[in-house]
Design a protein around this ligand. Structure first.
Ligand SMILES: Cc1cc2nc3c(=O)[nH]c(=O)nc-3n(C[C@H](O)[C@H](O)[C@H](O)COP(=O)(O)OP(=O)(O)OC[C@H]3O[C@@H](n4cnc5c(N)ncnc54)[C@H](O)[C@@H]3O)c2cc1C
Length: 382
């Protein structure tokens, strides 16, 4: 009997677990570990933030995995041992034939003085709800969408957030009394996707009268005065702060010597195998350098495909069946623009010398596509 351990039941971990269950005999054990009992579909947080989704619409219990003969361990992982392919929780130690690390990125607002005092971290469910609480009563003032540090997951999300906030304020007929701005610790939106995609996002912000301030790295947040201070000394006041916090590698991954404290897990970019045989890492926990000198963006679309690729490889090594597969860097992304409109971009991020990404004309059909994908996400596994 083989046993595969999957650390993390987010996007990548779930994709790997379900694909492995298709490949492996029922007698082989697939064990998924997560500190949370619920799976959250993160893209829908942008709709929580603007009032079109409630908390119970964006989460499902992980216990349903048991119906598919996938073992779920609901506990924080306290240690990983890649040499022994071992996962340690407070009261158990599990060893497997292969280990798939899909622990994502830790959100760390405490890395910036004062940021934890602000509730609007819309990369969490509570933060998205807090933004909506403020937004629906806001009569006038200044909304700042802040990208505090790079890298961050879903390069489109903060720009989508600004455009969705714009749309929500227009719907409430408050937009003429509220300014919306993006302050970003990066030189351009979605820079890895190339100048055409970046330019299209900047144009979309301009069309909506959303001011964009790139290359502004926040150094301090004063929540009582509602003021941001940036590294170049610029000070900006706000009435509502919606922010992307700094991201870092999970402590257990760093402690296992799989990544440096200020970095991410290195993997073979096609097989996702780490330097330890039969130990794989997928999704946001990884750092994959691209030819243009920037890393592959952290995104669910990549975590999902990498999870399936790793499942194919592991199953092939165990059963000798299926042709295996490789991760080719292809991905796509919907870009919500508010008021029922979205854009869409797709391409090969492994293309050299630079990713070859095509941005499609925005329209209502892409928004419908994003809604349909959300429905599909739940229907396929729940
Ligand atoms: C607001 C928002 C919008 C987004 N929109 C999109 C989008 O439109 N398209 C897209 O492609 N991507 C999008 N993303 C990004 C996408 O959600 C992530 O890239 C994706 O979830 C990464 O998958 P993962 O499996 O690597 O990590 P995650 O999905 O974050 O899963 C990691 C799991 O590991 C668990 N874990 C971590 N540490 C421990 C521990 N010590 N013990 C036990 N369990 C642990 C966590 O609880 C979590 O369940 C969005 C993200 C956000 C926040």
């Amino acid at each position: 009997m083989a046993r595969i351990l999957i650390a993390g039941a987010g996007v990548g971990g779930l994709a790997a677990a379900h694909r492995l269950r298709l490949h492996l005999p029922q007698s082989d054990q697939i064990v998924v570990f997560d500190q949370n009992s619920m799976h959250t579909f993160w893209p829908s947080l942008l709709w929580v933030m603007t009032g079109t989704r409630q908390a119970d619409q964006v989460q499902r219990s992980l216990t349903t995995l048991k119906e598919r003969n996938i073992t779920v361990v609901h506990a924080p992982i306290t240690a990983l041992d890649p040499t022994g392919k071992t996962v340690v929780t407070e009261d158990a130690r599990w060893t497997g034939d292969a280990l798939i690390i899909a622990l994502g990125a830790v959100l760390d607002p405490s890395a910036i003085p004062g940021l934890v005092d602000e509730p609007g971290n819309f990369y969490t469910l509570a933060g998205a709800e807090a933004v909506w609480d403020q937004l629906q009563t806001m009569g006038q003032g200044r909304v700042v969408v802040l990208i505090s540090r790079t890298p961050f997951k879903c390069p489109a999300a903060p720009y989508e957030a600004a455009m969705l906030i714009d749309g929500a304020l227009r719907k409430r007929r408050r937009r003429d009394r509220v300014t919306v701005e993006v302050w970003a610790a990066e030189p351009a939106p979605m820079g890895v996707a190339g100048p055409a995609v970046s330019g299209a996002v900047i144009d979309a912000l301009e069309e909506r009268n959303i001011a964009y301030h790139p290359q502004q790295v926040v150094s301090q947040v004063n929540a009582s005065d509602r003021r941001l201070t940036f590294q170049d000394g610029t000070a900006v006041s706000y009435d509502l702060l919606a922010y992307v916090p700094p991201h870092r590698v999970p402590t257990v991954v760093e402690a296992a010597d799989l990544a440096p404290a200020d970095g991410w897990v290195s993997v073979d970019r096609h097989t996702m195998e780490t330097r330890f045989e039969n130990v794989f890492a997928i999704g946001d926990v990884t750092g994959i350098p691209l030819a243009l000198g920037k890393p592959l963006p952290k995104a669910g679309v990549f975590a999902h495909r990498q999870g399936e690729v790793v499942a194919d490889i592991v199953a092939r090594r165990i059963t000798g069946r299926n042709n295996g597969s490789t991760f080719d860097g292809v991905g796509e992304c919907f870009i919500e623009m508010g008021r029922g409109i979205a854009g869409f971009a797709r391409g090969n991020f492994y293309a050299e010398p630079a990713p070859a990404i095509h941005a499609y004309k925005s329209g209502r059909h892409w928004h419908a596509g994003k809604v349909a994908f959300e429905r599909h996400w739940w229907a396929q596994w729940w």
